[in-house]
Design a protein around this ligand. Structure first.
Ligand code: MRU
Length: 368
């Protein structure tokens, strides 16, 4: 039996003598170095979110909640901190969810006449609870997702294609889509994990390949634009991806490059499965067009960046376009519900994907 690697310490709360801090595994430095980034205040955490040192929808929610707890524990204005955190990135709805959850816990404690210390403790307890819930949800999604694959593709070994990074690096547990692939691996059902490199920031090659290697999974990396020929060669049995926001009609915003995979999957009659916690569903966004897609700096496309080697102060950047080149760099794209075979949350599997079904699924898991 395969030995499980030690759990990744992606994010932790610490209380050294000079005050509480949030310690992050700096994902911009992976896979070259496992370096911790210590956030002593909210602006530092906002920078970490914007540079993608901490990233992925569920983890953004957890980080946002701890961010509010950090502000409260250090005596900063919690409303101001919550606003800064919630605005750090626009697409992943989990970020606002986590921030509101902790801020609400803080306010309720104040309204009940609690001291500043008691209110800060309430915010921290809410962040810890979200962290724990996310880990438990992750395990449930893995089980439900594997069950779905068993139904859709009974028997035989699976060749799964995934995009971006959806593993332990984005979660309190094993993640979302990656957790399903890992469960398939542990059940002896994974023949191959195809890892899209995920240009421009390489979450696939830097992070998913890193997690696949740690877990001893059979994987190969491909350039994003090689996916078409892979489908055409009949080498993909299922696509598994995560989500940053799922609109009320079942439209799915996820890392840019997900939508082309959904189109390919439809054409080649391959299941396209989205795995995400209930907190990623945003019934306030009626459809895909209403989801704000983050636009990132053009230099992420006009330059290639190598993660810094251990000891190096900064990443090595090299221009791959003539000076002055403008770039189109949306961080996410939106896949319409008719291209999605199923949505797996911790509460169940929705297939076919419909607005009514989504409302029903959400009603089982929502807290705020
Ligand atoms: O820009 P990132 O790296 O934060 O984007 C992350 C993704 O798109 C993930 O696929 C998504 O958050 C789902 S993670 C469970």
């Amino acid at each position: 039996m395969a030995v499980e690697p030690p759990a990744l310490q992606v994010l932790r709360w610490d209380e050294p003598p000079d005050g509480p801090v949030l310690v992050l595994l700096d994902q911009t430095r992976l896979p070259a170095a496992e370096t911790e980034l210590v956030c002593t205040d909210v602006p530092a955490l906002v920078r970490a979110i914007q540079t993608l040192a901490v990233r992925g929808a569920p983890l953004l929610g957890i980080a946002g909640a701890y961010g509010v707890a950090l502000a409260a524990a250090r005596g900063y204005d919690v409303d101001e901190a919550a606003e800064l955190l919630e605005g750090a990135r626009p697409t992943a709805v989990n970020l606002g969810y986590g921030v509101r959850l902790a801020a609400e816990a803080y306010r309720t404690a104040v309204e009940k006449g609690g001291t500043e210390g008691e209110a800060a403790a309430a915010a921290l307890a809410a962040a810890r609870e979200l962290h724990r819930t996310d880990a438990a949800g992750s395990a449930r999604m893995a089980r439900l997702g594997l069950g779905l694959l068993d139904e859709l593709l009974p028997g035989g070994s699976l060749r799964i294609l995934t995009h971006c990074n959806t593993g332990a690096l984005v979660s309190g547990g094993a993640g979302t889509a990656f957790a399903v692939a890992l469960a398939a691996h542990r059940a002896g059902r994974l023949r191959q994990l195809w890892v899209d490199e995920t240009r421009p920031l390489l979450q696939g090659s830097r992070l998913t390949a890193y997690e696949a290697a740690r877990n001893g999974m059979p994987y190969s990396l491909l350039a994003d634009n090689a996916a078409g020929s892979l489908f055409a060669a009949g080498e993909v049995d299922a696509v598994l991806i995560g989500a940053d926001r799922i609109a009320a009609d079942g439209s799915v915003a996820n890392k840019v490059g997900s939508y082309p995979l959904a189109v390919l999957a439809k054409y080649h009659h391959v299941p396209f499965v989205v795995v995400a916690p209930g907190t990623t569903v945003d019934l306030g966004s009626p459809d895909g067009a209403s989801i704000e897609v983050e636009q990132r700096p053009g230099r992420e496309v006009t330059e290639v960046t190598a993660p810094p080697l251990p000891g190096a102060a900064a990443a090595a950047r090299m221009s791959v376009a003539p000076p002055g080149t403008r770039a189109y760099n949306p961080a996410f794209d939106v896949t319409p519900p008719e291209l999605v075979t199923a949505i797996v949350t911790e509460e169940g599997v929705l297939s076919p994907v419909t607005g009514d079904g989504l409302v029903e699924l959400c009603a089982r898991s929502r807290q705020v």
